[in-house]
Design a protein around this ligand. Structure first.
Ligand code: CDP
Ligand code: MG
Length: 682
């Protein structure tokens, strides 16, 4: 959570001594296709100038005719913003609402905003969006952007999705777990609506990459429409040597380019996550301060999903004249966001993604190599407006060894939430659900076992069914472990506190950690620190915020992100409403934090770790070695037993967001489970 520590061992070079390495570290490779386009236009002109516009009438004709269709076009060609409008303008699907799903909430919000501008309407009227904990739509809304997770939740209420006439599953190439489940849900809704003679459901799958056979096949051989993109030639340079430190390599490359090319050529660097991006932003800014006077100024901007919205918007603005924009981004800039001005792409070849091992039951976030498809997508970002250059910080031989395609998330993550969702959707048999890419039977079983341990499912004959508890759990838009923790809280008389903690963990971090003010941040945070861990520390921060009248000024002084804090209030009130609907007693444990920790231990018992005699930690269930993440309040402490929220694999396997608990509480929470674990351990 507190992200001011760079655990990659990435050393900042002393600013003045910085020297770019010799320019000859790259070998040159290939250069594909095509021509250029103009600047500064009205919105209407911009719409007409998009590559997709030339195909407008053909697209409309096809969309009118077809039940299911796959549309492919390079990022930026106009798929997401235009196709919903084309449908609307051609009165296709006017009887209902046109849904456009997005894997990321940022994208859903910014696209809805853009399209409502293009239509000259107020957001929430004709065009709106729904993301978790935020609904900006109305009765009038006909074009609705929503996260794929939200459409899935809506399907629980109505598996036939009757409100919608068209569902556009966008960014399908990303194959997020929710998109994959949605494929099955909309396919089944379409079929059932047809069988029952109801209004037909049109399904449009949109992808930025060419590998669409699977999509087409899955949707009963749906036709594929290819859009002409606007792709300029891109030169690719590979590293001549294998790079042991991709951050250092990226830094050297950025400054090498910076000192050689005109300031108007912006640079986009692909990194893996918030922490390293923040650290690198600071390093770049420091180095840039000490460059010779004849070197252009550099404007360095971080970009990642949890960055405050206002800061995200900055990347779309041009740098002041004579200055160069350098954007350090996660894979968010691969497809879902189009940034103007980019001429150079620096691809580290790395990405942070989930990995799941059904045997150990561990899901970790790990930094790993990208797939070839991802690398091509990143490269493509350099050729949006004019010819471009891409530096790949790996050797060509290394590239050849990348996987062709990214493995869909559903085949590499914990499926507990998905299985719970399928059961709520009354899917007859979760083992045989029509997945486009089947997860392994082991991971399905592991998920069911977990839900069983949480008390959410039970076996009836050879059927797996939801228990009443499982049904209640599904009422919360949360991971099963968190909904379970909330449902357990009345037993520990601390529902108010647990709601606060879960809300704090459900939004982007409320802790603001500007790397340049590390000491001030630490001094200010001291007031809130609890030796009982991160959960209680966060609770203290929330309480102080609330007691002081939810004051923005206070947030600023204490390095708290007030926007995210306001979001916590909103999330909390929604979760509280669900509790009240479920007739849960709302009690506060006041100053007693023992109850709260006990409740967390009972909800998160599957995520527990124990101190070993040698001072290291291992997880309680599978004895995997783990360490306390440097961002944790407990980093310098050695509590005997903790529960954690997630595992992050970088140089080690780190636990993030920890709470000190008693081993006895864990045992009480799931005696059978721990007895079995102990047996397997022996
Ligand atoms: O979906 P696809 O990547 O094909 O393109 P799009 O998202 O419809 O974007 C088409 C163009 O609209 C982009 O190249 C941007 O110029 C513009 N756009 C924008 O200015 N702001 C947004 N939030 C989204 C798109
Ligand atoms: Mg798009």
């Amino acid at each position: 959570m507190m992200n001011n520590i760079n655990h990659h061992g990435h050393k900042q070079p002393p600013a003045k001594k910085f020297k770019p390495s010799s320019p000859a570290v790259y070998t040159k490779k290939q250069a594909p296709i095509q021509c250029s386009g103009p600047k500064k236009m009205t919105l209407e002109e911009q719409r007409r100038n998009l590559p997709i516009y030339q195909a407008r009438s053909q697209i409309i004709a096809q969309l009118r005719k077809l039940d299911s269709v796959v549309i492919i076009g390079e990022t930026g060609s106009g798929k997401t913003t235009q196709i919903p409008q084309y449908l609307y303008e051609a009165s296709i699907g006017r009887q209902g609402v046109i849904a456009v799903t997005q894997p990321r909430r940022v994208a859903a919000i910014s696209l809805a905003t853009r399209v409502s501008h293009e239509r000259k309407t107020e957001l929430s009227k004709l065009v709106g969006y729904t993301v978790r904990f935020e609904d900006v739509t109305s009765e009038e809304t006909k074009i609705k952007f929503l996260t794929d997770g939200m459409l899935l939740r809506e399907a629980i209420g109505d598996p036939l999705l009757r409100k919608y006439s068209v569902v556009i599953l966008d960014e399908a190439h990303e194959r997020t777990i929710h998109t994959d489940v949605l494929f099955g849900v909309v396919k089944s809704a379409q079929k059932k609506r047809k069988e029952q003679g109801k209004q037909p459901l049109k399904i449009i799958i949109m992808s930025a990459t060419m590998d669409v056979d699977l999509f087409s096949e899955y949707f009963n051989a749906a036709p594929v429409l290819y859009l002409e993109g606007r792709q300029h030639p891109i030169q690719i340079f590979y590293a001549e040597e294998s790079q042991s430190d991709y951050l250092q390599a990226a830094l050297v490359t950025v400054f090498q380019v910076h000192q050689e090319v005109p300031a108007s050529h912006d640079i986009l660097v692909f990194l893996t996550g918030q922490e390293e991006i923040e650290a690198m932003t600071k390093t770049c800014r420091d180095i840039a301060k000490h460059l010779p006077d004849d070197c252009p100024k550099m404007v360095v901007m971080p970009l990642y999903a949890s960055l405050p919205h206002a800061q995200q918007l900055r990347v779309f603005q041009n740098a002041p004249k004579g200055q160069r924009k350098v954007i350090l981004s996660t894979n968010i800039a691969e497809t879902s966001i189009t940034i103007p001005g980019i001429k150079y792409v620096v691809d580290t070849g790395m990405v942070k993604a989930k990995k799941f091992n059904p045997e150990s039951g561990l899901e970790v976030l790990a930094v790993q190599k990208v797939s070839k498809a991802q690398a091509w997508q990143r490269t493509g970002r350099a050729g949006r407006e004019d010819s471009g250059i891409c530096y790949r910080l790996y050797k060509e031989e290394e590239f050849e060894k990348f996987l062709d395609m990214t493995v869909p998330e559903i085949q590499r993550c914990n499926l507990a939430s998905v299985m719970l969702q399928l059961l709520v959707l009354r899917v007859p048999n979760v083992h045989t659900f029509d997945f486009m890419s089947k997860p392994s039977p082991d991971s399905i079983q592991a998920a069911i076992d977990q839900l069983h341990l949480l008390g959410a499912v039970e076996r009836k004959g050879d059927q797996i069914v939801l228990t009443p508890l499982g049904k209640k759990m599904s009422a919360f838009p949360l991971e099963p472990k968190f909904s379970k923790t909330i449902l357990l809280s009345p037993k520990f008389h601390c529902t108010e506190e647990i709601l606060t903690i879960v809300s704090l963990l459900s939004v982007d971090s409320v802790l603001h950690n500007p790397p340049s003010k590390r000491d001030e941040v630490q001094a200010s945070r001291k007031k809130f620190i609890s030796s009982e861990g991160d959960h209680i520390t966060l609770l203290n921060i929330y309480r102080a915020f609330k007691n002081l009248g939810k004051n923005k000024e206070w947030c600023r002084e204490n390095f708290i992100n007030s926007r995210n804090m306001t979001m916590v209030l909103e999330v909390r009130s929604q979760l509280r409403d669900i509790c009240i609907k479920l007739s849960m007693p709302m009690e506060s444990s006041r100053t007693d934090t023992r109850n709260i920790r006990q409740c967390l231990a009972h909800g998160l018992f599957m995520h527990a770790a124990e101190l070993q005699p040698d001072g290291s930690y291992t997880t309680v269930d599978t004895h995997q070695p783990v360490a306390i993440h440097p961002s944790s309040i407990l980093f310098h402490c050695k509590p005997a037993c903790v529960v954690y929220n997630e595992l992050l694999h970088t140089s080690k396997c780190y636990m993030r967001d920890l709470c000190v608990v008693d081993a006895d509480w864990l045992y009480e929470a799931a005696p059978d489970y721990f007895r079995r674990k102990l047996r397997t351990a022996n």
